[in-house]
Design a protein. Structure first.
Length: 299
C-alpha cells in the first residue's frame, strides 16, 4: 500500500527521478535498483520516479520497464510513492506503458510532453487525456519544452486539470511567470523539475520537487523545503546558496551521466550507461568531484 496522499501533495513533497542501475555488461540490475531505491527513501524521499528520462527510458525495453517498477515497488512501495514514466511521443505506446505500470504496482504515472513530433495544443490535450483514461492511477504531467520542443500552454493545463486523475505537473519550463499563472488557474499540485529553481518555484506555489540532485543531497532538499514551509526564508536561501555548486556541477553535462558518476563515487548502485550516453572523462570526473565538495557533499 502506498503512503497517504493529499490533494495538495498527491505524491508527497520530495521525489527523486531515479537512475536505472545496470550491471557491468549493461543488463538491468534489479538488485541494485532495489538497494538504490531503499537508500533514497532512507535519505528522506517521499517518492521515486522510475522509467523517466533520468532512468534512461529511451533505451530500456517495455519488459525491463515493467520489471523495474515491480522491483522498486517491492522494495519501497509500502513507504514511498513509486511513479512510473509512461510518456512517449506515440499515444498508443504510452497507453500500453501506463497499463503495464499499473499492473506492476505503480502508484502513479509521469507523462511527458510528446517529443520531436511537436503536436499542437489540441494534440497534447487528447494525448494526456487518453493516458489519464487508460488506468485508475493519478497522473503527473511533465512539461519540459527544452527537450520536447512544445510547451504545455496555461490554457491547456487548465483544461487538463479538469480530469479527475490529472493531479500534478512537473515543471521544467524555466518560466516563473507562466508557472505562477498556471498554478493559480489550474489548481494542480506543482513540482519543480529544475533543481536550480526549486526555491523560486516554492515561492510562487510549488509544493515540492522532482529532483535529480536528490540522489546525493535529499536531506538538504528536505531541510530547504521545511525551512520554506516554516517561514524561515533566510535559512531556505542559505541552503539554496550552499547547494549552488551541486546544482551547477550535476548539469555541466547530461544529468544521467553525472548522476551515475556521483553515485559511483559514493559506492552506490549505478553501473554503466547505455548509448548514446557515455561516461564522464577523467577531467570531467575531477570537475564533478570539486563541484560536489564545494556544495558540502562527502565522497
Amino acid at each position: 500500500m502506498a503512503p497517504t496522499s493529499t490533494p495538495q501533495t498527491p505524491f508527497g513533497r520530495v521525489l527523486t527521478a531515479m537512475v536505472t542501475p545496470f550491471t557491468p555488461d549493461g543488463a538491468l540490475d534489479l538488485d541494485g535498483a532495489q538497494r538504490l531505491a531503499a537508500h533514497l527513501v532512507d535519505s528522506g524521499n517521499d517518492g521515486l520516479i522510475v522509467n523517466g528520462t533520468t532512468g534512461e527510458s529511451p533505451t530500456t525495453s517495455d519488459a525491463e520497464k515493467a520489471q523495474l517498477v515491480r522491483a522498486v515497488v517491492d522494495a519501497v512501495g509500502d513507504r514511498a510513492f513509486v511513479v512510473a514514466g509512461a510518456g512517449t511521443n506515440d499515444t498508443h505506446h504510452s497507453l500500453e506503458l501506463a497499463r503495464a505500470a499499473q499492473d506492476a504496482g505503480a502508484h502513479g504515472l509521469l507523462a511527458v510532453t510528446p517529443y520531436y513530433s511537436k503536436p499542437p495544443q489540441e494534440g497534447l490535450l487528447r494525448h494526456f487525456t487518453a493516458i489519464a483514461d487508460a488506468t485508475e492511477l493519478p497522473v503527473m504531467l511533465y512539461d519540459i519544452p527544452g527537450r520536447s520542443g512544445v510547451p504545455i500552454n496555461t490554457e491547456t493545463m487548465v483544461r487538463l486539470a479538469e480530469h479527475p486523475r490529472i493531479v500534478a505537473n512537473k515543471d521544467a519550463k524555466g518560466d516563473l511567470g507562466r508557472a505562477s499563472w498556471a498554478i493559480a488557474r489550474s489548481g494542480l499540485a506543482w513540482y519543480s523539475g529544475d533543481d536550480m529553481l526549486n526555491l523560486p518555484l516554492l515561492s510562487v506555489g510549488a509544493v515540492g520537487f522532482v529532483s535529480v540532485v536528490g540522489h546525493i543531497v535529499t536531506p538538504e532538499l528536505r531541510a530547504l523545503l521545511d525551512a520554506h514551509l516554516n517561514g524561515d526564508v533566510t535559512k531556505a536561501t542559505e541552503i539554496h546558496q550552499k547547494l549552488l555548486p551541486v546544482f551547477t556541477g550535476m548539469f555541466r553535462t547530461q544529468g544521467v551521466i553525472t548522476t551515475k558518476a556521483a553515485l559511483g563515487l559514493q559506492g552506490l548502485p549505478a553501473g554503466p550507461l547505455r548509448l548514446p550516453l557515455v561516461e564522464l572523462s577523467p577531467e570531467e570526473t575531477e570537475q564533478l568531484t570539486r563541484d560536489l565538495a564545494a556544495g558540502g557533499v562527502q565522497l
